[in-house]
Design a protein around this ligand. Structure first.
Ligand code: ZN
Length: 113
């Protein structure tokens, strides 16, 4: 798959082939907004590859993770505001998985049929 403008993969292990097109459309738009806001690509840290035993949405091609640790706290606040505001209308749920022990990413998953 050609990577949409504004997106980068964290590593060659990240698989976006087979990710639901509606979720890809959302993430592609988000990548462009990310470039506009922060001057750099949105980095996808996980897609459909099989590392997520406890979260089947990844295996189903209905979830992607995006990097947060490449943004400073103020930028992260802007980013989380943008995704919280924009994702629900696209059927995408946002899980803020940042924590003290793992501040690395946020999880997006596609809900509905
Ligand atoms: Zn995830």
């Amino acid at each position: 798959m050609d990577l949409p403008m504004g997106l980068q993969l964290a590593s060659p292990d990240v698989v976006l082939d087979g990710v639901d097109q509606r979720l890809m459309n959302y993430v592609a738009h988000l990548g462009m907004v990310h470039r506009l806001l922060f001057g750099k690509d949105l980095v996808i840290t996980s897609g459909k590859e099989g590392k997520h035993v406890q979260n089947s949405f990844h295996k189903l091609g209905r979830a992607v993770d995006a990097r947060t640790e490449d943004k400073d706290p103020e930028e992260q606040l802007v980013f989380m505001t943008v995704v919280s505001f924009s994702a629900p209308a696209q059927g995408v749920a946002v899980f803020d998985e940042r924590s003290q022990s793992d501040p690395k990413h946020v999880h997006f998953e596609l809900h509905g049929d």
